[in-house]
Design a protein around this ligand. Sequence first.
Ligand SMILES: [Zn+2]
Length: 225
Amino acid sequence: MMNLTVTASLTFAVAEAAGAWFYHKTESPKWRGLLSAFGLGFAATMVLFDVLPDATEHYSVGYLLAVCAAVATFAIWKRTNRESGEQVGASVNAVAVGGMALHNFAEGAILASLTGPLSALFMVGAILHKLPEGMATYTLLGGRKCARNLAIAIGSAILIPIGVLVRIPESIAQPVMAVMAGVILAAVATTVAGKKAEDAALSFAHKVAPYLAGALIGGVSCLLA
Ligand SMILES: [Zn+2]
């Protein structure tokens, strides 16, 4: 099944890199804002329907870890946000990007256990799942257009095929992913809170629709792939 796994993992990686690339190449601040909101809506559902179920399968302590991590991250953000502002938000988001990267690693491991053949529906689901993930990672990096952010987002995508080859034992992967799930959710919440000011000029529908679209695609893609 090696060819199958290689094809699937490369498709995943290319789709995610393409999502990041598309975000990177978008110039208009309005469109970047909409893509960010789309990516964030997606990231929230992807954590709830994809990361958290994997992290807690036969491991219910994972829920507790996730909730504690989310609350702790939020508390740290809130406390330090008053004092030093942006920098802390950036470090919370850096941990969340690490979580997205680890999620890719874990996805590689799941792909390694695939038994073929790959259906067209699976491939559509994979692309729907990975394109927005690339946008979400870029957004969590702060969303500022720069080569470094693009490189990190693409580097994260490359972890999918690497995850096919390198195994992390479940006993380590599950608690780490549970904590990361909590951190990603908190980072999404704080990033959305931070985006409020720049979204102020948008109409209500424009403010809400991209988050909902991201959340919907997140839910559907988790069902398909
Ligand atoms: Zn994923």
